[in-house]
Ligand binder design. Structure first.
Ligand code: SF4
Length: 56
């Protein structure tokens, strides 16, 4: 992942890492698909999130 600290998303089951053709990486929140109040690409680092669920 990028040098930017990501915060809680790193250990959340809703995070999906997107890699661009140029090698950049983005942290996407897939919770956005079921609840649009969660931004698809949250501002990093995410330090608080009520929707976080740990990865299984
Ligand atoms: S639900 Fe919260 S912690 Fe999980 S990926 Fe989305 S923004 Fe990050």
């Amino acid at each position: 992942m990028p040098a930017t600290p990501i915060g809680l998303c790193t250990s959340c089951r809703f995070q999906k890492v997107i890699r661009s053709g140029r090698g950049s990486e983005f942290s996407m929140c897939t919770r956005n698909k079921i609840d649009p109040s969660y931004p698809k690409y949250p501002r990093l680092p995410v330090l608080r999130c009520a929707g976080r669920e740990p990865r299984p």
